[in-house]
Design a protein around this ligand. Structure first.
Ligand SMILES: Nc1ncnc2c1ncn2[C@@H]1O[C@H](COP(=O)(O)OP(=O)(O)OP(=O)(O)O)[C@@H](O)[C@H]1O
Ligand SMILES: [Mg+2]
Length: 239
């Protein structure tokens, strides 16, 4: 298999079937546009398993994802998509940098309705927020595709929130990345895991995601957080 791309947390390999790619989830963890960087034992295995579990669930609920299979721990086979360089964020509860942009809401406040936001994937510009016009002017997606990404983000939220609540976790917010398949259909790609969701323990309020790393917790604590998230969503211990 030939390596076709490498990002901060995944390596993409081509496959004999050009409609598919292999995604190797790495143990690297990064924050602040990659300025903070460490390795967390088994993080790749944990995030690949959580993504697989949640994507399978979403498929059943009618949201198309790129997931094909998880042939071995940390290694996912996915549909080869032309990725759209946007981060699509859906927020239920105020947390993170929206607190600096939206007056009247403090950390932990629920929004009266879910908020969907688009950001440009561009570390050197610090992932600026974009509106529909910006996205069209940059020719990243057309009006119909923007509406479709928003619809899929809200549908994902609608299914994910109660699913995680049953596992005693509150979904404060999450990020999706989308791509186009060979027919131009908009599909959920990338990942959905401890790196891309804000999850809080419903009983204790404990943070169960990458925010523990952003906040400077010792790496043993970060490892324990990822393990807790795995146990709650996938069950058992990572193999
Ligand atoms: N199904 C897919 N087909 C093709 N590429 C994909 C697919 N799913 C994810 N990717 C891309 O794989 C790349 C590597 O992922 P990773 O998360 O490591 O990148 P990143 O560091 O977040 O961002 P960057 O895109 O800036 O490298 C990303 O560009 C992502 O968009
Ligand atoms: Mg990424």
């Amino acid at each position: 298999m030939e390596k076709v791309a490498e990002g901060k947390t995944k390596i993409i390999y081509s496959m004999p079937d050009l409609e598919k790619v292999t995604l190797k989830f790495k143990d690297d963890i990064t924050a602040f546009d990659g300025k903070k960087h460490d390795l967390i034992k088994d993080k790749g295995v944990i995030n690949a398993a959580i993504t697989t579990k949640l994507f399978r669930y979403l498929e059943k609920e009618g949201v198309s994802t790129h997931l094909v299979d998880l042939p071995q721990p940390g290694v996912m086979v996915a549909r080869n998509l032309k990725m759209i360089p946007l981060e699509v964020v859906c927020r239920n509860i105020a947390a993170g940098h929206i607190l600096e942009r939206l007056p009247g809401f403090k950390k932990g406040d629920s929004f009266p309705k879910p908020i969907v936001e688009f950001f440009l994937k561009n570390d050197s510009l610090h992932d600026p927020i974009l509106n529909d016009d910006h996205i069209q002017v940059l020719a990243l997606a057309n009006k119909r595709e923007i509406a479709e990404m928003k619809r899929l983000a809200l549908k994902t939220n609608e299914f994910l929130k109660p699913y995680l609540l049953k596992k005693e976790m509150i979904l404060a917010d999450f990020k999706l990345e989308f791509g186009r398949d060979s027919k131009g259909k908009i599909i959920v790609g990338d990942e959905l895991d401890c790196d891309s969701m804000r999850l809080w323990d419903i009983k204790t309020g404990e943070i169960l995601d990458k925010d523990v790393y952003r906040q400077g917790a010792p790496l043993e604590k970060v490892t324990e957080t990822y393990l807790k998230c795995y146990r709650k969503i996938v069950g058992g211990e990572p193999k």
